[in-house]
Design a protein around this ligand. Structure first.
Ligand code: ADP
Ligand code: MG
Ligand code: ZN
Length: 648
C-alpha cells in the first residue's frame, strides 16, 4: 500500500466516522432515554392504565407510559387525539399522511409542564400473546403497527458493524506497517526501550568518582560471575540509585557499568513514561522488564527517575493517575524478580528529595551511590579523559585549569575541552595551547564574548572603574583570593565585565575573615563607582545580592555573629543528604530575633562597604591607572595588575 492509498483510506475512515457521529448519536440518545420493561411489567402497567400509546413491531413493543396520577391520564389521551387529527391534516414527504414518530409524540406530550418527568418512553420484547390487542382495546390505548425503521435497522444492523471492522482492519494494517505506531500497540512500548548490546563505554572513561566506581565494581563482578555469589548465598542489590547534580556523569557511569560487565543495556528515561494515556507507562514498565528478563544478565537503566518516582500524595493536586500507575507497576516489577536471575536495575536522579520513599525501601533501590561535583584531582582526571585523542601543546597544564574551575561538573569540563579544540581550529592552530584552554574556561564560565555589544563611552568608563574597584579591594584584602584576570568585554547574558579571582588551592572551609573579605570585594565595584563617579548605577545589583547572601549565611548558618551567637537558624539545603519525601521545615525564629538578624546583616554589609571605600580612597591613584589601562586594552592579566598597583 503506498502513501496515496493510505491517505485515501484514512480520509474515508474519517468520513464514515463523521456519519456515525451525525446519525448514530441521536439514536443513542433515544436509547438512553428509553426504559426497558419486562413483558410482565408491561402487562402490569397496562392493567393499571399507565400506558398511553404503543407501537407494535414484529419483535418489539415500543411506547409511552405515564407515571403520574391516574385521574390525569384522560387529559393526556385528549391531547393525543388532537395531535392525531393534526397529523392527518398535514402532509408528509411523499404526500401521504404521516404518522408522527414516538419521539415527536413524546416531545408534544412533554409540553404539559407538570407531567414532563412522568412521561417516559419504554421498550419491551414482544412475546406471543394473541390477547394483547383485545386488552389494548379494552383499556383504550392507542396502538398501531409499525415496521421497524428502515434506516435504524440498516444503521445498527449493517453500517455500524462494517464501520467497526473496517476501522479495526485499518488500525491493524497501520500497526503492522509501523511497528509501535498503531493504536492497538499502545500497550507495547513504543520501541523507546533502547537496547544496546555494548555501550562502548568503560570505567576508565569516567574519571573523578573513584568511590562510586569502587561501589559499582561489585555489581560488575556479579554480572560477570553470578555463580560466585550464589554459591555463598550472598545477596546482591536489586537496585542501585545514582544521585548527583546534573552533569556529574550519572548517565555515563551507568553506561560504563554495562560496558564493563559486557552485558546488554536497556535504558529508558523517566520523562518518556509520562504519556498521554493512562496505563501506557505501566505497560511499558512491564514490557521493559519482560525484555530484560529474556536477555539476562543485563542492566535496566531508568534515567531521571524522579519524573515517575515522585513522592505520592503531598501537595500534588490530582491528575497524576498516570505517574502513580507507572510507579506502582515499577514497584511491582521490582518486587517480582529475584536478583539472582541476573537483572540489575539502575536509576539516576538529580532530585532525590522528591522521590517516593517506597522506592528506597530495602529490596528496591536499597543501594545509593552519590556523585558529587568533582574536586581538583577529579577535575584534572576528567580533563585528561577528554583530552584523549586531542593534540595538546607542551605548555598545557591541566592541573592549573582544574584549579581555576571549582564547582564545575564533568559535563562543564568536557565542554571546556571541546571549546578549546574548537577555538584552536578556528585560529588555525594545530595544537591546543594553554591560552585556548583558558579562553574556553572563561567562555564556559561567563558565556561567550559579546564583542558586538558596544557600550557607550560613559558606560565603559563606569564598568572599568567598577571592575578595577573589585580588583583593588581584593588586592588590599589579605584573606581574599588573588586577582587572576580583569576584563571589560561584555560576556554572556548580563555581565558587562568581570574580575576573576582564583584561590591558590581547592578550598573546603572558609574562615570568618575570609568571608568578610569576600563580602568587601563584592562591594568594591560599587564603592569605586561611588567614590569616582559620585553616583551609583544598577550594575552592582548582582554584587549586592551575593554580599547579602553571604552575610546572611554567616549569621544564620555559620553562627559567626557575636550578637546572635552560635545558633544555626537555617540549614543549607543539600538534597543529597535529605530524607526523601520529607517536607523541609523552615527553622522557627521569633520576630525579635529576626529583627536582630536583619540588623546584624545590615551592620556587616555597611561596615564592609565602608572599608571598601576607604581602600579605594587610599589608593585612588592605583585605581585610576588600572581603569585607564582597562579602557584601552579591555583585558588585564594578574601580572600587569600586580605591577600597576604594587606600591601605590
Ligand atoms: P548526568 O547524567 O549526571 O547529568 P552525564 O552522564 O549525562 O551527566 O554527563 C554528561 C557528559 O559529561 C558526559 O557525556 C561526559 O562527557 C561528561 N562527564 C560527566 N562526568 C564525567 C566524568 N566523571 N568523567 C568523564 N566525563 C564526564
Ligand atoms: Mg543524565
Ligand atoms: Zn561587580
Amino acid at each position: 500500500m503506498d502513501k496515496r492509498w493510505r491517505k485515501i483510506i484514512f480520509s474515508a475512515f474519517y468520513w464514515l466516522l463523521g456519519l456515525l457521529v451525525i446519525f448514530g448519536l441521536p439514536q443513542l440518545w433515544i436509547n438512553m432515554q428509553t426504559r426497558e420493561l419486562s413483558y410482565s411489567d408491561f402487562k402490569d402497567m397496562l392493567a393499571r392504565e399507565r400506558i398511553i400509546e404503543v407501537r407494535l413491531e414484529k419483535e418489539d413493543i415500543k411506547g409511552i407510559l405515564f407515571n403520574g396520577p391516574r385521574k390525569d391520564i384522560g387529559r393526556l389521551r385528549e391531547k393525543l387525539q388532537r395531535m392525531e387529527q393534526e397529523a392527518l391534516a398535514s402532509r408528509g414527504f411523499y404526500n401521504k399522511p404521516r404518522q408522527p414518530s414516538l419521539q415527536d409524540v413524546l416531545k408534544k406530550l412533554r409540553k404539559i409542564k407538570e407531567y414532563r418527568n412522568q412521561i417516559v418512553l419504554f421498550h419491551t420484547v414482544r412475546v406471543n400473546d394473541p390477547k394483547l390487542v383485545e386488552e389494548l382495546d379494552a383499556k383504550g390505548v392507542e396502538y398501531s403497527g409499525e415496521k421497524q425503521g428502515m434506516f435504524s435497522e440498516i444503521f445498527w444492523g449493517t453500517i455500524i458493524p462494517i464501520l467497526f471492522w473496517v476501522g479495526l482492519w485499518f488500525l491493524l494494517i497501520k500497526g503492522m506497517r509501523q511497528p509501535g505506531a498503531g493504536l492497538l500497540s499502545i500497550g507495547k512500548s513504543k520501541a523507546k526501550v533502547a537496547m544496546e548490546k555494548d555501550t562502548g563505554v568503560r570505567f576508565n572513561d569516567v574519571a573523578g568518582c573513584e568511590e562510586a566506581k569502587e561501589e559499582l565494581k561489585e555489581v560488575v563482578e556479579f554480572l560477570k560471575q553470578p555463580q560466585k555469589f550464589e554459591r555463598l548465598g550472598a545477596k546482591i542489590p536489586k537496585g542501585v540509585l545514582l544521585l548527583g547534580p546534573p552533569g556529574t556523569g550519572k548517565t555515563l557511569l551507568a553506561r560504563a557499568l554495562a560496558g564493563e560487565a559486557e552485558v546488554p543495556f536497556f535504558s529508558i528515561s523517566g520523562s518518556e513514561f509520562v504519556e498521554m494515556f493512562v496505563g501506557v507507562g505501566a505497560a511499558r514498565v512491564r514490557d521493559l522488564f519482560n525484555q530484560a528478563k529474556q536477555n539476562a544478565p543485563c542492566i535496566i537503566f531508568i534515567d531521571e527517575i524522579d519524573a515517575i518516582g515522585k513522592f505520592r500524595g503531598g501537595m500534588v493536586s490530582g491528575g497524576h493517575e498516570e505517574r502513580e500507575q507507572t510507579l506502582n507497576q515499577l514497584l511491582v516489577e521490582m518486587d517480582g524478580f529475584e536478583p539472582n536471575i541476573g537483572v540489575i536495575l539502575l536509576a539516576a536522579t538529580n532530585r532525590p528529595e522528591v522521590l517516593d520513599p517506597a522506592l528506597l525501601r530495602p529490596g528496591r533501590f536499597d543501594r545509593q551511590v552519590v556523585l558529587d561535583a568533582p574536586d581538583v584531582q577529579g577535575r584534572e582526571a576528567i580533563l585528561k579523559v577528554h583530552a584523549r585523542g586531542k593534540p595538546l601543546a607542551p605548555d598545557v597544564d591541566l592541573r592549573s585549569i582544574a584549579l581555576r574551575t571549582p564547582g564545575f561538573s564533568g559535563a562543564d569540563l568536557a565542554n571546556i575541552m571541546n571549546e578549546a579544540a574548537l577555538l584552536a581550529a578556528k585560529k588555525g592552530a594545530d595544537q591546543i595551547t594553554q591560552d585556548h584552554l583558558e579562553e574556553a574556561v572563561e567562555k564556559v564560565f561567563a558565556g561567550p564574548e559579546r564583542k558586538s555589544r558596544r557600550l557607550g563611552k560613559n558606560e565603559r568608563k563606569r564598568v572599568a572603574y567598577h571592575e578595577s574597584g573589585h580588583a583593588l579591594v581584593a588586592f588590599h584584602s589579605p584573606n581574599a583570593a588573588p586577582v587572576a584576570k580583569i576584563s571589560i568585554i561584555p560576556r554572556g547574558k548580563a555581565a558587562l565585565g568581570y574580575t576573576l579571582q582564583l584561590p591558590q588551592e581547592e578550598r573546603y572551609l572558609m574562615t570568618k575573615s575570609e568571608l568578610l573579605d569576600k563580602i568587601r570585594v563584592s562591594l568594591g565595584g560599587r564603592a569605586a563607582e561611588d567614590v569616582v563617579l559620585g553616583e551609583l548605577s544598577s550594575g552592582a545589583e548582582n554584587d549586592l545580592e551575593v554580599a547579602t547572601e553571604m552575610a546572611k549565611s554567616m549569621i544564620l548558618r555559620f553562627g559567626m555573629s557575636d550578637k546572635i551567637g552560635p545558633v544555626a537558624l537555617a540549614r543549607e539545603r543539600s538534597p543529597y543528604l535529605k530524607i526523601p519525601g520529607m517536607q523541609e521545615q523552615p527553622e522557627s525564629m521569633s520576630p525579635e530575633l529576626a529583627a536582630e538578624v536583619d540588623k546584624e546583616v545590615r551592620r556587616i554589609l555597611s561596615e564592609q562597604y565602608q572599608r571598601a571605600k576607604e581602600i579605594i580612597e587610599a589608593h585612588r591613584e592605583a585605581l585610576d591607572l588600572v581603569a585607564e589601562k582597562l579602557l584601552v586594552e579591555e583585558i588585564m592579566s594578574a601580572e600587569e595588575f600586580r605591577n600597576l598597583v604594587k606600591d601605590r
